[in-house]
Design a binder for this molecule. Structure first.
Ligand code: HEC
Length: 465
């Protein structure tokens, strides 16, 4: 009996010594690495300024739950990606001196930076053992055309939750991810790669689970009534095939439908899913294709070349709107009979209206004005501009996505003109990131500007059908 006790004691002692010997930041199998290695660093070096009493920049580092909410401006960490986590960049790349030594306060040691980085690269898991924003959460996706990445934004926290790096998935830096579409239940999402020549299907964990091959894909449009997904051709393509793509979202099999005009870019689907609409960038022509028999009806639009960027059907299916880049107009088509869709009105809006999104109740439509750094709110019933939203961070604004509750609007910005300057200087090339302006629709104010990858273009959240 005595013998057994002493053996047990030895085993316990050995286990304790072994655990104590593990290098800082090394994977702790099943243990809570956050509480044992990360929180003590924050307690010692950060919480005097980022604590409950004083919360500089709105960043509270007294717990994992607080940390993952980020600062007033955006996320502090991106799980699995220390290289793009602000908290690490502040400590290692800040021009003019590392943080927090620049405050002044004592700097993080090299060993502490290593610990922090490896914890983030292993998923920034919390005391619950899960990476932040795991599970069935609501996300908005933003493609960064300039660097072949896609950012995933958590809608509740309004921070970047993940960075999907296509260069680590077999694509090159010039693959140009352009647009996204998300399943209504958030289970899968899709992205077009203009130069990659594919439409990718991702699961909720951002793993590629399927693909369709298509020359210079541009916009995506989801069929509300079946499992079809439509794809048009990129604006960057001067002479693409005069066909749009129809994808089976389950198998990712693709079929092409003739549209008989050059540069089909804009896309929309009728509420019953029986018609798909497109318009030409080069001619004043729009088309409705009846999906089951491929019969088509055309609508000609008068005037100079408008260059219709995008089309969108209202939730009740009665109105289709179109945005005209070159003439700064918003078109209203009557879609009550989806096969006919006559143009019933055109109103003037700010320069270069881009991708529109309807409010969840269909009463309003929102779109960015790419050449005016504004967002326009239009009342659908009266067909009048109700408000024009301005704000820092609307930088060549491009895409529009809405939260499921309809209260938050996300506007992606190319920012190739450097209208927005990043809030920290991390050196060469870091000052003009793509942007996502988060707009509170109860006040029509930009409440946050998330810094995303270079040349942010398309964005989408979950549709409500
Ligand atoms: C002496 C006070 C002080 C200490 C200590 C301090 N900070 Fe800060 N921190 C600030 C102030 C002030 C700002 C806002 C100004 C700025 O962004 O540079 C800031 C900003 C930040 C930001 C940027 C937030 C954003 O989204 O822009 C991060 C990240 C950050 N701190 C992390 C840390 C970490 C990690 C530590 C501990 C290693 C720490 N800070 C310690 C004062 C401090």
């Amino acid at each position: 009996m005595k013998h057994l006790y002493s053996r047990l004691f030895l085993i316990i002692l050995f286990a304790a010594v072994f655990a104590g010997c593990s290098a800082p930041g090394a994977a702790t199998n099943g243990g809570d690495a956050y509480s044992s290695t990360i929180q003590p660093i924050f307690d010692a070096k950060c919480s005097s300024c980022h604590g409950a009493g004083k919360t500089e920049a709105g960043l509270n580092l007294t717990s994992w739950d607080h940390l993952i909410q980020g600062s007033d401006s955006g996320e502090a960490i991106v799980a699995f990606d220390s290289e793009h986590s602000v908290i690490v960049r502040m400590a290692t790349q800040l021009v003019g001196g590392a943080h927090p030594a620049n405050q002044p306060a004592s700097a993080l040691t090299e060993a502490e930076v290593v610990t922090l980085k490896s914890w983030i690269d292993q998923g920034a898991k919390g005391p619950n053992g899960l990476a932040p924003f795991s599970g069935n959460r609501e996300f908005v996706y933003v493609t960064n055309q300039g660097e072949a990445t896609i950012n995933v934004i958590d809608v509740e926290a309004n921070v970047v939750a993940r960075r999907v790096d296509l260069t680590k998935m077999g694509f090159d830096k010039g693959a140009k991810p352009h647009h996204v579409a998300v399943e209504p239940d958030g289970s899968f999402w899709y992205a077009t790669l203009i130069s990659g020549g594919v439409i990718l299907k991702f699961n909720r964990n951002n793993e590629i689970v399927g693909r369709s091959v298509f020359e210079v894909p541009g916009l995506l449009s989801m069929d509300p009534s079946s499992n079809k997904l439509y794809v048009g051709r990129s604006m960057a393509a001067v002479n693409p095939p005069q066909r749009i793509g129809m994808i089976d979202r389950e198998t990712m099999e693709i079929e092409e439908l003739d549209v008989f005009f050059p540069r089909p870019h804009a896309l929309a689907v009728s509420a019953d899913g029986e018609y798909v609409y497109s318009a030409s960038l080069a001619e004043n022509k729009a088309i409705a294709v009846e999906v089951k028999n491929e019969e088509s009806t055309f609508v000609d639009i008068d005037g100079p070349i408008h260059t219709v960027v995008d089309l969108e059907v209202s939730p009740d299916g009665k109105i289709m709107i179109g945005t005209a880049q070159l003439t700064g107009k918003l078109f209203f088509f009557d879609a009550t009979n989806p096969a006919e869709f006559p143009l019933i009105e055109a109103i003037d809006v700010n320069a270069a209206p881009w991708h529109p999104v309807f409010s969840r109740d269909g009463a309003k439509v929102y779109f960015a004005n790419k050449m005016a750094q504004t967002v326009t709110v239009v009342d659908v019933a009266s067909r009048k501009v109700e408000a024009v939203i301005e704000g820092y961070g609307l930088a060549q604004p491009h895409g529009a996505a809405l939260s499921l509750d309809g209260k938050t609007l996300y506007i992606s910005g190319n920012n190739l003109n450097a209208a927005y300057e990043s809030r920290h200087d991390f050196g060469e090339g870091s000052r003009s990131p793509g942007t996502v302006a988060v707009i509170d629709l109860t006040t029509n104010k930009v409440v946050k500007v998330l810094e995303v990858g270079l040349y942010a273009s398309g964005t989408a959240g979950r549709p409500s059908f």
